[in-house]
Design a protein around this ligand. Sequence first.
Ligand code: 5AD
Ligand code: SF4
Length: 439
Amino acid sequence: MSEPKKLYIKTYGCQMNVYDSERMSETLGGQGYVETKSPEDADMILLNTCHIREKAAEKVYSELGRFKGLKAEKPDLKIGVAGCVAQAEGEEIMRRQPLVDLVVGPQSYHRLPEMEAKTRTGAKALDTDFPEEDKFEKLKNRPKAKRGPTAFLTVQEGCDKFCAFCVVPYTRGAEVSRPADRIIREAQDLVERGVREITLLGQNVNAYHGAGPKGDMTLAGLIWELNKVDGLERIRFTTSHPNDMADDLIEAHGTCNKLMPYLHLPVQSGSDRILKRMNRSHTAESYLRLIERIRAARPDIVMSGDFIVGFPEETEEDFQATLDLVQEVKYGYAYSFKYSTRPGTPAAERPQVDPDAADDRLQRLQALITQHQREIQDAMVGRKVSVLFEKPGRLAGQMVGKSEYLHSVHVSDADVAVGELRDVRITSSGANSLAGELI
Ligand code: 5AD
Ligand code: SF4
């Protein structure tokens, strides 16, 4: 038998890229590739890139430059760029960095085998189309190998919302939902391989409207179907838009036993003026009322969110409104970013906020978020939580897992295996995790 070829994939950005990298690796597995952790061993290097913030494209070019030596030593080495920078830059990547053999956009991963074969003939391969066919259906079936207890599963891709700061509608394209039966099959398959918790992914996951047996299904409908899958213990989903938080989904948080009490619901800003300029089509008030309804359905839910500070024209008063909203919601987790210009998006042309002012606001916002995060984590001490154990901890005999609220929890000297779901009494709260004892 010939030696397997080695594939090195580096993944940047969001969870959807993590999922896509797994699927690309599985697909290239059919071409005789196995994954390696070191680029030096690789016959093919793939960078799965992200374009959402900061100088993403520049980072990719500098990373590519570092492979020059490797390619000189090993002329057969193939180098590919996938993901949202590939989509946004296209052919420009090959022009600027001639050592790149392959550029593949997020909607064309199922064409990787042909593209890889093309590069083996010495030609370059480029595909940044938005094809009609369902790439997931065309991608190779996921192999039956055993895997860890948690997995991502993409159910929806793309976005039609066009927030003024965001590249996603351009790089991932229009909103598309996968049919429900394929998702359920994939979930069953993951469970057979040891998965206990599935996080449903989509750029706008709660806009899910995939074909079901009786017409289109909502995300709540899909969750209820997954709730029936034996052996699947936990369901999560991310990322949601406030305007797509339908009544049946809110209700499911109170009634669906496998749906976890954690919700990532980005608001971006607390100022109605800025929300309007962002094209968010909701207000701070409507968002707060929505959270009231979600908390009425599931009082212990932990909220999470995303914020952008220093969006064009944001004043100190607008920023204060963001702090006020954060005070009112009290997030268990929140991600905050300084606005960064994305060429081609509407906000890119607008007057920018002074970078020092934006830095200062980011620091103040993060301090408040961290304080709340801490308080919510500390309030877990003394409580009983359920923990899905994922891996051994750093210390001998320690096991680490996640609570239903997504807090990291570790227990010491406990007789518990990876993949087990156990009740734990929380005994202390550390910097980034909780400690507890099995009940
Ligand atoms: N600048 C800063 N943050 C951004 N995000 C999206 N686009 C930008 C941008 N141009 C943030 C939003 C989004 C998260 C995934 O990234 O908060 O919810
Ligand atoms: Fe981007 Fe999310 Fe807005 Fe869509 S809803 S444009 S993905 S920030």
